[in-house]
Design a protein around this ligand. Structure first.
Ligand code: ADP
Length: 573
């Protein structure tokens, strides 16, 4: 017992919570007998920051006494300032299997063992009280942090100390995944007495450079640009682009003044408490200053219409506790470009007569989409180049033409004409996902029930999104009678390129007259059931990009409508 205590005390102050490799062998052997838990991405973030000591002095998941004290007083039970609960949430099922003193192996999503938690307590959380204390509301509709707590967090909490085997694995940007011990060493080696931490999760341009430089200079500090890179999947193009843009961004600073690192933080968006927590974390990374904006940690930060916390509250809270948490607060000021002076100024120093210029992120996106100029006062050439690679203009993006309508409305015919024409153009690879082709291959086991119809459309949406992502053309022609599943397909495709919904509005009488496959006749005769338009519902699209009635349009004319639309929208030239 005495042995264990001294080990724990050592752990409390060591560089990380990883154990000696000899102990790893033992823990691994013992683990076969332990109960184990696979952590999700959110939980992995907390675990990583516990193991690498960014959450110092925590040496494991908070005990109940600390948890209560954090909720009520923003402090651990010994009085140390700590604003955000760090707990491990488990399902009731798991909770019932756990007992105090029991080892619990924590694994990543692939089942790789990262740590052993020695369980201390298990209790059911009171979500409402938790939400009110941490977020200031218990209404999930008003606050995304509360929504996550209510809908994405398990109901039971486990506390206990941790023995780490490995830090969670990252294969991307490994050189930027620096731990507090490493940053501390780097800062000391470079002779940086003062270091100002800056956190972001957005794209950074010239205005941000001016903003952080100004803040750092006022404090006589060097800069630690420390963006949040929490839950990014390997498919998350934005994550890779963002980090590459940060790498370009820091090239525009004076030499030996800036360090870049990635922080695997699961943000709670708890406004002032969030800002205070981030400041404590930066102190643990070796920073002497932390930059706080007036809407810092707000779930609607940057959105002037709708913010949850009062402006400036985050800055005030961090400032008021500076001495205790041992890190100074630098208030960040929004900078704007003043054209007559060809210079950036803090917004609060701009006279009414000055002409200020800004480019919103929506406007930037539009300029990228249409290949328009992005001025040098706004961003750096290296950053713009990265953005252009990731967000090519529309004529280089992929797109999906999603044709929906009743059987016989002319979907396949239109899709075939388009297919041939795009093949002729030879600009992008083309895939035809016609209703019947898909039903034969991708969805051969599915029937025509509502559930299976939706599943069929979902699969088409998935394939179309992959094709679009890789800058090809996907031509889909399912009946897709339900609005919800068409919306799902749109949501899958739209982040990667164009989604053009074409509603073939040819009336049922015409489709029935054509009745190429004889299904309407069979339906009317009662031979088959579940024919869309006769027995099964069709929900017409409310806002399709195009509506085409083939009653009096030839297939070529119908295709021409699509071509005109694609040209007008910039997808083809
Ligand atoms: P869907 O794929 O919507 O079931 P099809 O493309 O197979 O419909 O067309 C059904 C029938 O309508 C076919 O006989 C086809 O030749 C005819 N058709 C398709 N488009 C047109 C059009 N624009 N004008 C006249 N007939 C058409």
């Amino acid at each position: 017992m005495a042995n264990m205590n001294s080990e724990k005390i050592q752990n409390l102050h060591s560089e990380n919570l990883l154990v000696h490799f000899r102990r790893i062998e033992r823990l691994k052997q013992e683990a076969t007998r332990h109960f184990s838990l696979d952590l999700n991405q959110r939980q992995m973030c907390d675990l990583e920051l516990l193991l690498n000591r960014a959450f110092y002095p925590l040496a494991g998941y908070m005990e109940r006494e600390d948890y209560e004290s954090v909720l009520n007083h923003m402090r651990l039970s010994d009085g140390t300032v700590w604003p955000i609960p760090v707990t491990l949430d488990v399902s009731m099922d798991t909770a019932q299997k756990l007992e105090p003193g029991q080892p619990l192996a924590l694994r990543d999503e692939e089942g790789f063992m990262l740590a052993v938690l020695t369980v201390k307590e298990v209790w059911q959380q009171d979500r409402q009280r938790h939400a009110l204390a941490v977020f200031g509301t218990d209404d999930p509709r008003r606050h995304p942090g509360v929504y996550r707590l209510f809908h994405e967090t398990e109901a039971w909490f486990v506390s206990g100390t941790l023995e780490g085997l490995h830090l969670p694995m990252h294969y991307d940007f490994t050189e930027l995944r620096i731990t507090p011990a490493e940053t501390h060493r780097v800062f000391t080696q470079r002779g940086w007495r003062n270091v100002a931490g800056f956190q972001t999760e957005r794209h950074l341009h010239c205005a941000h450079r001016e903003m952080v430089l100004r803040g750092a200079r006022e404090a006589g500090a060097n800069l630690f640009i420390h963006p949040v890179a929490g839950r990014a999947g390997p498919n998350d193009l934005d994550h890779f682009t963002l980090v590459r843009c940060y790498q370009e961004f820091i090239k525009n600073f004076p030499k030996n003044m800036v360090q870049l690192g990635l922080l695997p933080l699961e943000r709670r968006l708890a406004g002032p408490r969030q800002a205070l927590w981030e400041a404590v974390i930066r102190r643990n990374y070796g920073c002497t200053h932390y930059m706080v904006s007036e809407d810092h940690g707000d779930p609607f930060a940057g959105n002037s219409q709708e913010r949850f916390y009062p402006l400036g509250a985050a800055q005030e809270l961090v400032k008021s506790l500076e001495d205790e948490i041992d890190i100074r607060m630098i208030p960040l000021k929004k900078m704007v470009y003043v054209e007559d002076k060809a210079q950036y100024f803090p917004l609060d120093q701009v006279d009414p007569g000055m002409q200020v210029k800004e480019i919103s992120s929506a406007e930037l996106r539009r300029r990228l989409e249409f290949d328009l100029e992005i001025p040098e006062w706004f961003s750096f050439p290296g950053v713009v180049l990265e953005l252009k690679k990731a967000y090519p203009p529309r004529h280089e993006q992929g797109f999906t033409v999603f044709i929906t309508g009743l059987s016989g409305a002319g979907k396949s015919t239109l899709a075939k004409v388009l297919y041939v024409r795009f093949m002729e153009m030879r600009e992008r690879p083309v895939t035809l996902l016609d209703g019947d082709i898909v039903r034969k291959n991708l969805s051969s086991e599915l029937d025509f029930s509502r559930k299976h119809r939706n599943l069929n459309v979902q699969r088409i949406g998935f394939v179309a999104s992959e094709i679009t992502k890789n800058r090809g053309i996907a031509l889909c022609a399912p009946i897709a009678p339900f609005a919800r599943s068409r919306q799902t397909a749109r949501e899958m495709v739209a982040p990667h390129g164009g989604f053009i919904e074409v509603y073939m509005s040819t009336p049922l009488e015409i489709c029935e007259q054509r009745d190429r496959k004889g299904i309407y006749a069979k339906a009317r005769a009662g031979i088959i059931k579940g024919v869309t338009g006769i027995y099964d519902p069709y929900e017409p699209p409310e806002q399709p990009e195009l509506k085409i009635d083939t009653t009096s349009l030839t297939p070529t004319e119908a295709a021409q409508e699509v071509f005109l639309f694609l040209e007008e929208q910039g997808y083809i030239r």
